[in-house]
Design a protein around this ligand. Structure first.
Ligand code: IPE
Ligand code: IPE
Ligand code: MG
Length: 265
């Protein structure tokens, strides 16, 4: 039945935010949901080449998945959804693919801005934003400003993002403050470092989802995922449905998180 609901989602059909009592959510344990979910949206290229299409067709198809997963995250009332859109390593790809992705981000922002705002989303970009095309940077800043007073899901988009790069930048900013005499080196604690990361203000990541079969972090949210649960699926990102996302939530609800202790609930 869920296949029926989501399998035939054509471009003319609109996937609405699912209600609390939606059949999609029937097996959700509301008191055992992750608060912060991070997604490594992988497999666009494999999805496309498997169909005899150009890799770029996979990226385009992946945008629709992202829109539906954001709506699902809103329906679940998650605190934050952080998605990996472009890594600091992705510049190694052929120039036309990189250019296509940058244009896709710009188009996504233009097209989806008002709807995300109406959905009360707080968008935020993480990563080395100053390394992106100037016009895209401007769009990103404007989108953040537009939605900065919203109170719904925190939607963090990682663009030109690397976990190591983020930690380095945080350390540099703290070192600069120490050198200026504003703080003492021994004052630097976990909270201070966390506050110097791009994700400041977010809760720690509870669940990392990676699509398309590979089981690695690829430099995503290294600090923030210290105690995250991991969920891997072979489904390629363009084929990943709200039903698949819900499956990950149900799997998470069954995990026993001990955080180093002995608690067994
Ligand atoms: C993820 O899909 C999207 C980005 C990294 C931008 P890929 O493009 O990595 O797809 P595969 O892994 O090659 O199939
Ligand atoms: C991770 O996927 C980055 C994004 C999803 C944006 P990659 O496809 O770049 O990761 P590797 O190269 O397989 O580790
Ligand atoms: Mg990949």
């Amino acid at each position: 039945m869920l296949k029926k609901l989501f399998g035939g989602l054509g471009s003319a059909e609109q996937f609405e935010i699912p209600e609390h009592d939606s059949p999609l959510f029937q097996d959700i344990q509301w008191d055992r949901l992750p608060r912060h979910v991070a997604v490594i949206m992988d497999g666009n290229g494999r999805w496309a080449t498997g169909k005899g299409l150009l890799r770029t067709a996979g990226h385009k198809a992946g945008v629709k998945t992202l829109k539906n997963i954001l709506k699902t995250a809103i329906g679940l009332n998650l605190d934050a959804l952080t998605v990996y859109a472009f890594s600091t390593e992705n510049w190694k790809r052929p120039r036309p693919e990189v250019d296509f992705l940058m244009q896709l981000f710009a188009d996504y922002l233009t097209k989806e801005l008002q709807e995300m705002h109406a959905d009360n989303v707080q968008i935020h970009f993480i990563g080395r934003i100053d390394g992106l095309p100037a016009s895209l940077q401007k769009q990103m800043r404007e989108a953040e400003a537009l939605m900065c007073h919203n109170t719904g899901v925190k939607f963090n988009v990682a663009a030109n993002y690397g976990g190591q790069d983020e930690i380095l930048r945080a350390v540099q900013s703290l070192a600069a403050r120490a050198a200026a005499g504003e703080i003492q080196p021994e004052q630097i604690d976990e909270a201070m470092l966390e506050n110097a990361l791009d994700t400041r203000g977010n809760l720690p990541v509870d669940l990392v989802i990676r699509t398309s079969g590979d089981e690695r972090l690829s430099n995503f949210l290294l600090w923030q995922s210290a105690y995250a649960e991991f969920y891997f699926t072979d489904v390629n990102w363009p084929d990943f449905t709200p039903e698949d996302f819900v499956k990950a939530m149900i799997d998470f609800a069954g995990r026993n998180r001990r955080f180093g202790g002995l608690q067994n609930k």
